[in-house]
Design a protein around this ligand. Structure first.
Ligand code: HEM
Ligand SMILES: [Cu+2]
Length: 599
């Protein structure tokens, strides 16, 4: 456990910060209204944190229900709930659909940009807030509106099976998170409500993207040139480009789907003269880039954490920065790899397969640079770094198995098997969720002004890692032996695979609850955080923790964020401090262009 003597907050020079009421963003304004109407990016980040983590919990409960059904080859959970065979299969379809949809649309797409991005981006820029604070708040409300639709979808399933609402109102959702036509245009589950929810969530995502791009262009502190931007900001920049360009395509597709359901216009449904493969093209034109909306911000976090905990300048800064942009652009031309068995022409298949491999190049550049940054570094294995190292291994496995799926020949065999399930969980959970947790622990002291308990954080990381591997690694084996995805029952030959996987999932769930426990413990009992516990040099570490409402007392000057040499480790304070004589505050007249509407 970190030991700050007397538990006093300290500034960048290691001097005690005398706290006054209302002098930081958490106590600046009291009452629920001061939160719900806030224009402060930091508070909006926290509001996102609360709701997005709640969505994650919900998705996690569905996951555990799925895994419980799969613990034995026949019907397992269904009969316990009083369901017959058909009803159990139905129940399973609903569970994996809600699990996938909630995890993708409500957790993983917003998690890093909306929670950590919102909180950290203006601080990293040395700005007071994002470029459009009101739009930022609006995007949170869009998220909440989308959430309401999904909650309705869930409730409709519960209420109709209890006989409280007529089935014609829709009951639950059983299309898979991809809403593939023509099934999604026919089924009488609550597809329209779910699709409306995803449509509205899209606007939340677009507004965040607009805000981030404008902020990075307009609000950089004096001296913070483009090539001094922390790599997390390059990653968010690349992400924002995708959010703005790809999300509208999904929005239009979803509207067409609703039109098809309500008006029978005949766009996707072959019975009406439509083309279901067209839907798949539209859907994946968004959803492949969307996987980069999920993973690019994660890359950004890893760059920050690995540099800080290796105490070394990041290796290959420009390569990492440009590879984010390259991935964002290449991500737009590979969507057809989801459709190798859809009846697409062999020429198109071959081209998409080839293009897919090109994405491996910038991805490998990143991994190379991260590993090289660690090489001969003074590595500190604190909790964020443990998650970052876990990320490296998981992303390697997730990425390399993607090559099997990108290869035409092998994909035909592996398509729609557990190999795919394992692959995308290695990328989404093993990589993206690990990076998210790395970022949460990394910025936690800054966000809440409290340290977490280090040994407990590390233990959580180890349990989550073991649980994750146990759950998902064996699914590669099951999948390559032919276990198809989206089935509630299976032949005995897969019993061991599924049994191990389910026990792993319980362990993973336990680990994640432990993680939550370390956060709650920190909020209640954590020691006061210093300004810069990790000795990183990007601007958010130049202000006190938690930051004041307006972020910085004096406008900071941007310099190389990975130049750590000015920060010295102070044993007594257990934090990094700047030498007082090195103090060179920028003149206040250099204030960056910041909006005047921060409330
Ligand atoms: C935390 C532990 C998790 C467990 C134990 C778990 C388990 C499962 C299981 C059993 C399935 C159904 C596989 C099938 O029969 O096709 C599934 C599907 C899926 N999961 Fe997870 N999952 C977890 C976390 C996540 C996360 C964090 C995400 C994304 C952010 C995610 C995204 C998905 C998606 C997109 C599907 C596909 C749903 C569909 O086929 O419609 N999962 N998961
Ligand atoms: Cu893809």
């Amino acid at each position: 456990m970190s030991s700050i003597p007397n538990n006093v907050p300290t500034d960048v020079y290691g001097r005690e910060v005398k706290r006054q009421p209302g002098d930081h963003y958490l106590n600046h304004g009291k009452g629920i209204k001061s939160w719900l109407l806030t224009l402060d990016h930091k508070r909006i980040g926290i509001m996102y944190m609360i709701v997005v983590l709640t969505a994650f919990l919900l998705g996690g409960i569905f996951a555990l229900l799925l895994r419980t059904e799969l613990i034995s080859p026949g019907l397992t959970l269904g009969p316990v709930l009083g369901l017959n065979e058909d009803e159990t299969f139905d129940f399973y379809n609903h569970m994996f659909t809600l699990h996938g949809a909630v995890m993708v649309f409500l957790f993983i797409i917003p998690a890093v940009p909306a929670i950590l991005g919102n909180f950290v981006l203006p601080l990293m820029l040395g700005a007071k807030d994002v470029a459009f604070p009101r739009l930022n708040l609006l995007s949170w409300y869009f998220y909440m509106a989308g959430l309401v639709f999904f909650v309705w979808v869930l409730l409709s399933g519960v209420l109709s099976s209890a006989g409280l609402i007529p089935d014609s109102w829709g009951f639950g959702l059983d299309t898979g998170w991809t809403f593939y036509t023509p099934y999604s245009t026919d089924t009488n589950t609550a597809v329209t409500a779910a699709v409306m929810g995803a449509f509205i969530l899209g606007f939340s995502s677009i507004l965040t993207g607009v805000n981030f791009i404008a902020s990075i262009h307009m609000l950089r502190a004096p001296g913070l040139t483009w090539f001094r931007l922390p790599l997390f900001l390059w990653a968010l920049y690349a992400t924002s480009i995708i959010q703005i360009l790809a999300t509208p395509v999904l929005a239009i597709t979803l509207l067409l789907l609703i039109a098809e359901r309500l008006l029978q216009v005949g766009i996707f449904d072959p019975a009406l003269g439509g083309d279901p493969v067209l839907y798949q093209h539209f859907f994946w034109f968004y959803s492949h880039p969307a996987v980069y909306i999920m993973i690019l911000p994660a890359f950004g976090i890893i760059s920050e954490v690995i540099a800080a905990f290796s105490r070394k300048h990041i290796f290959g800064y420009k390569f990492i920065a440009f590879s984010s942009v390259a991935i964002a652009l290449l991500g737009f031309i590979v969507w057809g790899h989801h459709m190798f068995v859809s009846g697409q022409s062999p020429v198109a298949n071959a081209i998409f397969s080839l293009l897919t491999f090109s994405v491996a190049v910038p991805s490998a550049i990143k991994v190379f640079n991260w590993v090289t940054t660690m090489y001969k570094g003074a590595i500190r294995l604190d909790t964020p770094m443990l998650y970052a190292i876990g990320f490296l291994g998981m992303f390697l496995i997730g990425g390399l198995t993607g090559l099997f799926l990108g290869s035409l020949g092998t994909d035909v065999h592996l398509h729609d098997t557990y190999f795919v399930v394992a692959h995308f969980h290695f990328v989404m959970v093993g990589s993206m969720m690990f990076a998210f947790l790395a970022g949460m622990y990394f910025w936690w002291p800054k966000i809440f002004g409290k340290m977490y308990c280090e040994w407990a954080g590390r233990l959580g990381a180890v349990v989550v890692f073991i649980g994750f591997i146990a759950t998902f690694y064996i699914q590669f084996v099951a999948g390559s032996q032919g276990m198809p995805r989206r089935y509630a029952t299976y032949p005995d030959m897969f019993w061991t695979h599924h049994f191990v996987s389910t026990l792993g999932a319980y362990l993973l769930g336990l680990g994640l609850f432990w993680v939550l426990g370390t956060w709650i413990h920190s909020l209640v009992k954590g020691k006061a955080a210093p300004a810069n516990p990790w000795g990183h040099n990007s601007l958010e570490w130049h202000t006190v923790s938690p930051p004041p409402h307006e972020n910085f007392a004096v406008t900071p000057r941007g310099s190389d964020p990975y130049h750590f040499d000015d920060w010295h480790y102070d044993k007594d304070l257990d934090t990094y401090v700047l030498d007082l004589k090195e103090e060179k505050p920028a003149p206040a007249s250099d204030a960056p262009h910041t909006p005047t509407t921060t409330g």
